[in-house]
Design a protein around this ligand. Structure first.
Ligand code: ADP
Ligand code: ZN
Length: 525
C-alpha cells in the first residue's frame, strides 16, 4: 500500500496531460482521483458522458499494481483496451472471447506487474481461478463500472453483480470505486451494502444536460411525425431512433430509407457481424440515423449525436434519461424527441405485468413507469420534473423544453373525466379505448349494439367532442393512473378515480392533445 501522498493531485494532472493530452480535470473528477490514489473507497454518480473512466484510469496509473475494472459490457472491452493501448497504457481484458492461450498471456502479464489496467467481466472475475490470481498479483484498485447492476431495483439487475461482495471480503485493503450513471435512493443503498462502501465519500454530479432540448408529443402517425421532425430540424444529422420491437425497427429503418434518409437498423436479432457493421458506420460516418431497440447504445461514445427520438415509450424514467443522454455529448444543441400514445402506455404496462420478476420489483417498476408518464403529460417544465426525479432541484423553468417554449394551456376536464370513467365502469371495466370512445360518442356500432351499451346513460354523453379528444382524455387518464389496463387492453377505473367521480378532485388536462388539429392523421397506435 502506498502512503498518503500530499502530492497526488499534481502527479495526477501530469498523467492526465501526458497520457490523454487533457489540461484539466472536469468537475468532481479531481476529488475522486485524489481520494482513490490515496487509497480511499468512493461512490461516483455521474451522468453518461460525464467522464467516469478517467476517475479510475488515472489512479490506476499512479498506484502500484494493476487497476481491475469490472464491467458488464464485454462487447466494448476490446475497443476500450485498444484505445488505451493507443495512448501507451498497458491494458488488457479477461472475458469469454479470449482463447485459453490469450487468457494465459494476460494472467502472466498481470503477475509480472506488466499491466496498468485489466478489464474483467463479472462472471469471469467471480471464478476462483481469477480471484486466486488476483490475490497473487498486486491490485491497485477495483473499479466497478455500471455498479447499479448490483441492485434488483435498478433496471439492469445482474445476478453476478450481487456476488461482488467477495471483493471487500477478500481484498479489504484494495480501494473500491463504484461508478454509475443511474441510481435512485434504493439502488444507491444496495451499492453501498454489496460493495461495503458505508462511510465512503459519494460524488454526485449534476444530471442536467442543458444542451438537450426535451420534447414530447402525442402519437398521430409516428413515422410521418418523425420524418417531419428530422427534415425540419435535423437534416443530415446523426441520430438514434428507438423503437420497442425488432419489427418496428426494421419497418422504420426501411421507411426512412425509402424517403431518402441515410438510416440503418440495429437490434439483437441481427448477426454480430451486422451489428458491428451498423455500429462502425454510426461511429465513423457523418449523418447516419440508427433505428434501434434499446440493445443499441450502451457505452457508445459518439460525441455529435444530434437527436435521440423515441417512437415508443421507454420502460422507466432511468431508461429515458440514459437513452436521451446519448445525444449531444459534445455539448452542442441537441434534441430528445418522443411521441407516445395510449397503446404504448397499455403495452409497456402489460410487459411489466407479465414479466416474471417478484411482485415487489414489479411494483417498483410500475412506479418508475408512472413517473415517466407523469413526465410525458407534464404541463410544467420537463427538465424540472426529470431532475427532480433524480433528486436534483432546478430553481427556474429551463426555457429549453417544449413546455417552457410553448406553454400548453390546461383545461378543466373534470366533467369529461367523469364521463370517460363512468363509461369504463358502466361497461364493466373491460373494454378498450376504441369501444369506450364509441360509447361516449353515441355510435351504434355492432359491438355497442351487441353489448346493449346503447342503452347506458353514458351513451352519447360526449358528443360535443370528437374522437381525438376522447382518445386524449383516455390516454391522460391512463397515464395519470385513473384508469388501468388489464387483459386485452381493457381499461378499468382505479381506486384513485373515485375522488374524481365524486367531484372531490378536479382534473386539468393539456389542451393541445384534446383539441383537433388541422392535419389530423389517422392514428396508427
Ligand atoms: P462516461 O463513462 O461517464 O460516460 P467517459 O469516461 O466515456 O464518460 O467520458 C466521456 C468523454 O469525455 C470522453 O470522450 C472523455 O475522453 C471526455 N473527458 C472526460 N474527462 C475529460 C477531461 N477532464 N477533459 C477532457 N475530456 C474529458
Ligand atoms: Zn423547461
Amino acid at each position: 500500500m502506498t502512503a498518503v501522498s500530499p502530492a497526488s493531485l499534481p502527479q495526477a494532472l501530469a498523467v492526465l496531460n501526458r497520457v490523454w493530452g487533457y489540461s484539466a480535470f472536469r468537475g468532481v473528477q479531481a476529488d475522486i482521483v485524489r481520494t482513490v490514489i490515496e487509497g480511499g473507497n468512493a461512490l461516483v454518480l455521474m451522468p453518461t458522458g460525464g467522464g467516469k473512466s478517467l476517475c479510475y484510469q488515472v489512479p490506476s496509473l499512479l498506484r502500484p499494481g494493476t487497476g481491475v475494472v469490472v464491467s458488464p459490457l464485454i462487447a466494448l472491452m476490446k475497443d476500450q483496451v485498444d484505445a488505451l493501448r493507443q495512448l501507451g497504457v498497458r491494458a488488457a481484458f479477461l472475458n469469454s472471447s479470449l482463447s485459453p492461450e490469450g487468457v494465459r498471456e494476460v494472467e502472466q502479464a498481470l503477475l509480472a506487474g506488466e499491466l496498468d489496467l485489466l478489464y474483467v467481466a463479472p462472471e469471469r472475475l467471480l471464478v476462483s481461478r481469477t480471484l486466486d490470481l488476483l490475490e497473487r498479483a498486486q491490485v491497485a484498485l477495483f473499479a466497478i463500472d455500471e455498479a447499479h447492476c448490483v441492485s434488483q431495483w435498478g433496471h439492469d439487475f445482474r445476478p453476478e453483480y450481487g456476488q461482488l461482495h467477495v471483493l471487500p471480503r477478500r481484498f479489504p485493503h484494495v480501494p473500491r470505486l463504484a461508478l454509475t450513471a443511474t441510481a435512485d435512493e434504493r439502488t444507491r443503498a444496495d451499492m453501498l451494502r454489496v460493495l461495503e462502501l458505508h462511510g465512503a465519500p459519494q460524488f454526485v454530479s449534476s444530471f442536467d444536460r442543458p444542451n438537450i432540448q426535451y420534447r414530447v408529443a402525442g402519437k398521430e402517425g409516428p413515422k410521418a411525425q418523425l420524418l417531419d421532425f428530422i427534415r425540419a430540424e435535423h437534416p443530415g444529422d446523426a441520430g438514434i431512433v428507438y423503437c420497442l420491437s425488432r419489427k418496428s425497427v426494421e419497418e422504420t429503418a426501411r421507411w426512412l430509407q425509402s424517403q431518402g434518409l441515410d438510416a440503418v437498423a440495429y437490434h439483437a436479432g441481427l448477426s454480430p457481424r451486422e451489428r458491428n457493421h451498423a455500429q462502425e458506420r454510426f461511429l465513423n460516418e457523418e449523418g447516419l440515423i440508427v433505428v434501434a431497440t434499446v440493445a443499441f447504445g450502451m457505452g457508445i461514445d459518439k460525441p455529435n449525436v444530434r437527436f435521440v427520438a423515441h417512437l415508443d415509450l421507454p420502460k422507466s424514467m432511468e431508461g429515458y434519461y440514459q437513452e436521451t443522454g446519448r445525444a449531444g455529448r459534445d455539448g452542442l444543441p441537441s434534441t430528445a424527441w418522443m411521441v407516445y400514445g395510449l397503446a404504448d402506455v397499455v403495452n409497456v404496462r402489460r410487459m411489466l405485468a407479465q414479466s416474471d420478476a417478484p411482485d415487489e420489483v414489479k411494483r417498483v417498476e410500475a412506479g418508475k413507469l408512472d413517473a415517466l408518464l407523469t413526465y410525458c403529460e407534464a404541463a410544467s417544465c420537463r427538465r424540472q420534473i426529470l431532475l427532480d426525479y433524480f433528486g436534483e432541484q432546478l430553481r427556474e423553468p429551463c426555457g429549453n423544453c417544449d413546455v417552457c417554449m410553448n406553454p400548453p394551456r390546461v383545461q378543466d376536464a373534470t366533467r369529461e373525466a367523469q364521463m370517460a370513467l363512468s363509461a369504463a365502469i358502466r361497461t364493466g371495466n373491460r373494454f378498450g379505448a376504441a369501444h369506450l370512445t364509441d360509447v361516449l360518442l353515441g355510435r351504434e356500432t355492432e359491438k355497442v349494439l351487441a353489448m346493449g351499451h346503447h342503452q347506458l346513460p353514458t351513451f352519447g354523453v360526449g358528443r360535443q367532442h370528437d374522437e381525438r379528444y376522447w382518445r386524449g382524455v383516455l390516454r391522460q387518464l391512463t397515464s395519470l393512473g385513473y384508469l388501468t389496463s388489464g387483459e386485452f387492453h381493457g381499461l378499468s377505473a382505479t381506486g384513485k378515480a373515485r375522488a374524481i367521480l365524486k367531484g372531490e378532485a378536479a382534473l386539468a388536462l393539456r389542451e393541445d392533445s384534446l383539441q383537433p388539429r388541422e392535419r389530423v392523421r389517422r392514428r396508427d397506435s
